[in-house]
Design a protein around this ligand. Structure first.
Ligand SMILES: [Zn+2]
Length: 359
């Protein structure tokens, strides 16, 4: 992957469309890809034999939140929401404040509740139509934070934060992606009740994928905050660091928000230099992961370091150093002699470390 950004250099599955393309039902927005775009289906078959020492990209499908079977934009194609709500199999993701409500389903658990379950929830703040999955309409409903207690008091439901749901693997991967989408979208509604342009109240429109201001006619669209996360390496060693808030002994990749007017590649270089003093040259895109805390998209890259001397930004990092490949393998396997560990397999940092260490 070349290090410069131009449409021709973007990796497979990384689609850019002009605004207005994919316009449906009067909503002029770049079309959103479904399914995460990292599907193994897009890899050449039979797979080409990698060059010796090349970084081989394993499937990123096991990451949390990346699988999402929803047919999106059905919201715009068909805004007959009453018909969807009347569908006998219609379901909803229910988020109380920022806590998903789950339903016990025999020995399994589901994040897709029958609409009738909302009757015990009290006031609804907002409801979005997320689309259809296997012909089944799927809504997302924002509830009062206190509704979590109403559900928890019964035997049929659970109320658990989304990070724990993902780490513990409580939901099927396809459902986890839908719940993540609902959480990010509903959070945006909860924080955009007033127009950023004129201050008047806004109302939900386009089945939940827009908010409109009646006073100044501005249309507001849900936001996603891009974050570059990078494994920076130099030969057989890679740069990992930890923040004081990390769990004990955990080291991870560097990461930071991409700024306006900045390419992904330059964000990788800037964040790495700011936090460690290391200069980065070539940058390669690997995979991305929705990260609904509250509404980020993690863009995973591997960068080649040009320098070795580390100068840590102590305001950001508690520690940071070079790790040998074998050491990273032991950390991934939870066999490091000093008990050092990596983030869990559901996180893209784990994926980047594994991609590099197992090459
Ligand atoms: Zn306004």
């Amino acid at each position: 992957m070349a290090s410069e950004t131009s449409p021709a250099n973007l990796p497979p599955g990384y689609m850019v469309r002009a605004a207005g393309e994919g316009k449906l039902g009067g909503v002029a927005r770049p079309r959103v890809m479904t399914g995460g775009g990292n599907s193994a289906k897009q890899q050449p078959w039979p797979p080409r034999r990698p060059e010796k020492g090349a970084i081989v990209q394993p499937s990123s499908e096991r990451l949390g939140f990346v699988r999402n079977p929803l047919l999106r934009h059905s919201a715009e194609r068909d805004q007959d929401l009453e018909r969807h709500a009347a569908h006998p199999d219609a379901v909803t993701v229910a988020i109380a404040g920022d806590i998903p409500i789950l339903r016990k389903n025999g020995s399994a658990v589901t994040g897709l509740l029958p609409l009738a379950d909302l009757e015990r929830a009290g006031a609804r703040h907002e409801q979005a139509f997320l689309g259809t999955a296997a012909e089944r309409p799927v809504f997302g409903t924002l509830l009062e934070p206190a509704a979590a207690d109403l559900f928890k008091s019964g035997a049929e439901h659970l109320a658990i934060d989304l990070r724990s749901i993902a780490v513990q693997g409580l939901l099927p991967p396809d459902e986890l992606g839908i719940v993540a989408e609902a959480k990010a979208l509903l959070f945006w509604h909860s924080r955009h009740r007033f127009c950023a342009n004129c201050g008047a109240p806004t109302v939900l429109s386009c089945a939940g994928f827009r908010r409109d201001c009646a006073a100044c006619k501005t249309q507001h669209f849900p936001r996603t905050d891009p974050v570059a996360i990078m494994l920076v390496h130099r030969g057989e060693r890679c740069l990992l660091a930890r923040q004081a808030r990390f769990i004990a002994n955990s080291y991870s990749c560097l990461a930071g928000f991409i700024e306006p007017g900045e390419t992904i590649e330059d964000a990788v270089r800037r964040e790495t230099f700011e936090e460690t003093g290391i200069r980065v040259g070539a940058v390669r895109y690997m995979a991305s992961q929705p990260w609904p805390f509250p509404s980020s998209l993690m863009i995973g890259c591997i960068g080649e370091a040009l320098t070795e001397e580390i100068t840590l930004d102590r305001d950001e990092l508690e520690d940071g150093r070079w790790f040998a490949k074998d050491e990273v393998r032991r950390m991934l396997a939870r066999e490091h002699p000093e008990g050092l560990i990596t983030p869990p397999p559901m996180a893209i940092a784990n994926f980047l470390m594994r991609s590099w260490a197992e090459a």
